[in-house]
Design a protein around this ligand. Structure first.
Ligand code: ZN
Length: 889
């Protein structure tokens, strides 16, 4: 349904529902062309609200019949609603019969067809595309579901909860009846009718209860389910151990589907996953894919408590479940990774994502608080701010109350709210109340500005050392830029984990004026106002401050450190995150210095030597080295500038890469030789770190060889590509050839395609690699993308495939931001085309243009024109309309 005139929904307008739905009995006569849905709702008027009509949501469905208490009842339609003006009393049952059409459901919201069968996706507002309902998360009901379908085509019939019975029916059909004992909102409903097989595992948890775990996939994919199953078991064990949260279901199912807009969905007891986050075998999935499976399986499993047992009162509270659950999956992955260094690597990865996606979002036209105040299309608010910044807000709470205090807070949260639909305030209150006297509880109202204010705060830090007095005075101040909706911003509570590092790299003891005794070498300083002055005493040497360790708050820090200071931190900081950060900042400053001029960028000796020292340091993990030796991305550089010229940034980036390749040539060769993994494949952090470093080294060596006309390293890369024992090494070698535009890239790509033509997820990589390669002066990447759009394997209908080619290309700055605007023309064309079938996917593509105001000319004008072209299109979905109109505002 296209209304086109969507009025925004506002958080302040929340009112409790006028009716409750206590139980739901659903019967599905499943057919891809026309499915008949019969629904019996036990309804109770909410006596706390004035008497009013019952208004049920419905979208793209056809009503056949409606009865109340078994008798006909008068009803009418409003746009998107079925209205019953005079329900028969305060308690009644409503019987509804309607149809929907899975085959025509290209949006993938509601009940849709994929090649293996029929699947549902109900979050946020998909249930109304299945049947008429009070489709809001604070209406929670108990569901009993009967599925009827052709037995041959759909041998597996699943829904939430426990299987009550199943059996044959006439005409080759069969049925299954499911009951979910837990009250849940409609967005957590799910059904699957498909031709699938399952990997099964019985487990007994600590409490002594037995559970059946199942991972359902297509027949040929069973050999790729071991890692998902192991990840599920690890998640169950972890949540019990860390938060005392046990599995509350007899049966827990994961189902993989190839057509899916998002990563996965936490439907109660029946998680539905994008195949990308289930299927993994060493031959077809990279180390990064294995990690992705582990974290998404964990994420969805953790939602069972944070999301399902306690859910959101309304969609403005989305971060209540998402921010918290991302925090939990990050902690899970860190605990799984192992020691301090592997944990730091995971943290660096997460922060890189946050700064590359969420920071720009927070500075652009779609900026919104972690708890938004209004939206037009709720699907547009499944954002990095709600998810990743929301997770940082939870992490800051943990930093303020300590790990044990946080666990106490979680316990109180469940004591108070289990079984209910609540708000972000309820969560913060529980964590604070469990920790009286903490900075979280004494400054709670101020802390909660993290939920209410959009934008990334700035923190400025300046230190003064007084050798005579042996004092070090550190002044910290914060400020936030005004934004359209929030012209005045108030100060935040900002936890700053810090240390002081001496000139020889020693960690100095931190003693504040007025304190007696020693206080350790690291502490949490809390800024809770515009300015804070700290006086450290008994400081014998001039220190270098190491602030915001582990990225303890999502802020932009300006600490004014000199290159010499940063080199000290890069060499010696005991905090691995800040060591990495120091290296990034040194590289970034070289890039930023070179961008405005025409002069070539130069990697100076000091930085080269420091990077070499890291690469050669036997005490450091390969995974960490790989991160330190990776330059900040072009996108990250662009974000530091008010106006950016994507082509100039690309040129600078390429020049520095070339120098890194050349000046560390022998070190790269050493790194490549010495980080080979010869034992059997394990996707753990130790092995994957070695592979990551060896692959980066190979990339550098091939790049340098192609630049100098040498054939040895490209030949070695090709050999490695052919012989590789796993996908990480195979793709690494292929990427080395493709990224360097080596002659051997073409035969390697062809061979890769032949080898994996039947593996959809691997073909996605094949498209993504080509679309993401560094652009050349003669535009080879763009030309390739245009050709690949016509490749027989390409299709815009499948979200993974569309992302692999189109999104990868549009995230490739130099290829996309062409001075002839051809990239933008293609963007406009594709947004419009995708929008007609799948608005959620289209609006995500549309968002890739939202930072257009930051572009220099001629890009800025060309981008505005492309946006205007899309905006002028009548019939645009609400999702895409909201994005382009906010971008143009
Ligand atoms: Zn989630």
């Amino acid at each position: 349904m296209r209304e086109g005139t969507a009025t925004p929904v506002r958080r302040q307008d929340y009112t409790a529902p006028a009716y409750w739905i206590r139980s739901v009995e659903l019967t599905f006569d499943l057919d891809p062309g026309k499915t008949i849905v019969t629904s019996r709702l036990v309804i109770e008027r909410n006596l706390d609200t004035p008497p009013q009509p019952l208004k049920l949501q419905g979208e793209d469905i056809t009503l056949l019949r409606v009865q109340a208490n078994g008798e006909s009842v008068s009803f009418r339609h409003e746009p998107g609603l079925l209205v019953i003006d005079n329900p028969p009393g305060d308690n009644f049952t409503l019987d509804i019969r309607n149809t929907c059409c899975p085959d025509k459901n290209t949006q993938l919201s509601g009940l849709f067809s994929s090649d293996s069968g029929l699947f549902t996706q109900c979050e946020a507002e998909g249930f109304r595309r299945i049947t008429y309902f009070l489709d809001r998360p604070d209406v929670m009901a108990v569901y009993t579901v009967t599925l009827r379908a052709d037995k041959k085509r759909y041998p597996v019939l699943l829904s939430n909860g426990n299987l009550l019975e199943q059996g044959p029916l006439d005409n080759g059909r069969h049925y299954a009846k499911w009951h979910d004992p837990f009250r849940k909102p409609s967005y957590l409903f799910a059904l699957v009718a498909a031709d699938l097989v399952a990997r099964e595992q019985l487990i007994r948890t600590r409490s002594g209860r037995d559970h059946l775990l199942q991972v359902y996939v297509r027949r040929g994919d069973l050999d790729k389910t071991e890692h998902a199953m192991n990840s599920l078991i690890a998640s169950i064990i972890w949540d019990e151990a860390r938060f005392k949260l046990p599995l509350d279901l007899e049966r827990f199912m994961i189902v993989a589907v190839g057509d899916f807009n998002m990563g996965a969905m936490e439907n109660k007891g029946l998680n539905i996953f994008n195949t990308k986050y289930v299927l993994a075998s060493p031959a077809t999935a990279t180390d990064t894919d294995f990690m992705g499976v582990e974290s998404v399986v964990g994420h969805e499993y953790f939602h069972n408590w944070t999301g399902n047992r306690i859910t959101c009162r309304d969609w403005f509270q989305l971060s209540l479940k998402e921010g918290l659950t991302v925090f939990r999956d990050q902690e899970f992955s860190m605990d799984m990774a192992g020691g301090p260094s592997a944990r730091a690597v995971k943290r660096i990865d997460d922060v890189r994502g946050l700064r590359q996606v969420q920071f720009p979002e927070d500075a652009g036209p779609m900026a919104h608080p972690v708890r938004p105040d209004e939206y037009q299309a709720i699907n547009n608010f499944y954002t990095a701010t709600v998810y990743e910044k929301g997770a940082e807000v939870v992490r800051m709470m943990q930093t303020l109350v300590g790990r044990e205090g946080f666990e106490r807070g979680m316990t109180l949260y469940f004591q108070r709210h289990d079984g209910f639909a609540v708000t972000c305030d309820d969560f913060a209150q529980a964590i604070a109340d469990a920790n009286p006297g903490s900075m979280l509880s004494t400054r709670l109202e101020t802390f909660k500005r993290w939920y209410a204010q959009a934008g990334t705060p700035h923190v400025e830090a300046r230190g003064r050392y007084d050798a005579e007095q042996r004092r070090y005075v550190l002044t910290l101040s914060q400020w936030s830029s005004p934004s359209a909706q929030q012209p005045v911003k108030l100060p935040y509570v900002i936890p700053v984990v810090m240390g002081l590092v001496g000139p020889e790299g020693q960690a100095l003891t931190l003693q504040l004026e007025g304190e007696y005794g020693h206080s350790g070498t690291e502490r949490v300083i809390v800024i809770d106002d515009e300015r804070l002055e700290l006086v450290f005493v008994n400081v014998d040497v001039p220190p270098v401050p190491s602030l915001l360790r582990g990225f303890s708050a999502p802020v932009r820090l300006d600490d004014g450190l000199s290159d010499a200071d940063l080199l000290t931190l890069l060499r010696h900081d005991s905090d691995a995150f800040n060591r990495w950060e120091a290296g990034q900042r040194l590289a970034l400053s070289r890039m930023l210095a070179a961008v405005p001029g025409a002069a070539p960028a130069v990697l100076d000796d000091a930085l080269v030597d420091a990077l070499r020292a890291v690469l050669r340091d036997p005490s450091l993990d390969p995974a960490f080295k790989e991160l330190v030796l990776t330059l900040p991305t072009e996108r990250y550089v662009a974000e530091q500038l008010d106006t950016s010229d994507p082509q100039r940034i690309h040129a600078v980036h390429q020049a520095l890469q070339a120098q890194l390749a050349e000046r560390l040539h022998d070190d790269w060769a050493w790194a490549f030789e010495h980080h080979q993994v010869t034992e059997g494949y394990r996707p753990d952090s130790e092995q994957s770190g070695r592979r990551a470093l060896a692959n980066r080294a190979l990339g550098m060596l091939v790049r340098h060889a192609v630049a100098t006309g040498d054939a040895v390293w490209p030949g070695k890369a090709y050999g490695r590509f052919k012989e590789a024992a796993n996908m990480t090494d195979r793709l690494g070698a292929l990427a080395a050839l493709v990224d360097a535009h080596a002659e051997l890239a073409a035969p390697a790509l062809e061979r890769f395609h032949t080898l994996f033509k039947d593996e959809a997820l691997v073909i996605d990589k094949w498209f993504a690699l080509q679309a993401g390669a560094p652009e050349t002066a003669d535009g080879r990447v763009f030309t390739r993308v245009k050709a690949l759009l016509k490749h027989p394997d390409f299709s815009l209908k499948n979200p993974n495939r569309a992302r692999s080619l189109v999104f990868s290309f549009m995230n490739n700055p130099a290829a996309f931001h062409r001075s002839d605007a051809a990239g933008y023309a293609l963007w406009a064309e594709l947004v419009i085309e995708i929008d007609a079938a799948n608005p959620q996917l289209a609006s995500r593509l549309a968002r890739l243009m939202e930072r257009w105001r930051r572009l220099a000319e001629p890009w800025q004008s060309a981008a505005r024109e492309a946006l205007a072209r899309v905006a002028a299109k009548p019939n645009l979905s609400d999702d895409t309309r909201e994005v382009v109109s906010r971008a143009l505002e």
